[in-house]
Design a protein around this ligand. Sequence first.
Ligand code: UDP
Length: 310
Amino acid sequence: MRAVVTGAAGFIGYHVCQRLLRDGHEVVGVDNLETGQQRNVDDLTKLARFSFVQHNIIEPLDIDGAVDRVFNLACPASPVDFEPRAVFILRTCSEGVRHMLDLAFHKGARFMHASTSECYGDPHEHPQRETYYGHVNPIGPRSPYDEGKRFAEAMVMAHHRTHGTAVGIVRIFNTYGPRMRGNDGRILPNFIRQALHGEPLTVYGDGSQTRSFCYVDDLVEGIVRRPECDFVEPINLGNPIEVTVREVAEEVIELTGSRSRIEVRPLPGDDPRKRRPDITRAREKLGWEPTVPRRDGFLRTIEYFRSVEL
Ligand code: UDP
């Protein structure tokens, strides 16, 4: 099989490429390196059957030769990027998604779109099922990403209904693991970097807000299964075990053996109060559920951050 992976230099994109290559497939990685890491491209380029195209999907893209799968993972995904890259994110989720759908359509490829739990916003349904329409502030600080990703889902469904493009959507919940950027701004890179440097861990708000953290290898297993399933509509991929932000800080301090303390900072605007996926659909349609316990995943991620310069 020959796959195009957009966002190949990013955290999840890198792992999807690795996995597809390990499974014996040929991979064309696409990334404009806006938030992706050159290090990821360099390491992938050393592998057989991988090639890289530096390209911004806001512009149309043609790929020589056959393409069987398009994994569309391109988009900045850290809340710290939502404001400075607001227009870029909206364009990636609209024009960018359309261009990659066009590519899949012309090649007769199956299109796997990476959507997000952010479609649910600050949810009033808990845990979140795919049937929940969400509670999103359309003009708030997170809106470029939240509304962009919601628009992208509409675009994917429209392409499917209008042109018959073979599509499938996953809604990805908080994911962590090696190859996240040290300066990513999200909770795990921040807390681990702070703990390893003996700096205070910055808990936003009172730390009682919750998230549910999935180790990247578990997520990638769900992603590679997704296009092999004919079901079109969104499938949640995430770990249903929920934890507070303060508990995450305490666990990182314990697992790093750090003497850092916790420091409270203001809660960013529209920060969702709670988040946990209902993964019944993923179990039924993909036979998928996470297997890596948080403690193991955290330890592997800490080991990675120890090994790279932060
Ligand atoms: N958070 C925190 N300290 C940090 C980074 C994040 O307390 O240094 C909190 C953030 O306010 C949110 C949760 O951790 O409640 C997860 O944030 P992240 O940016 O990782 O992703 P989100 O789930 O909000 O998209």
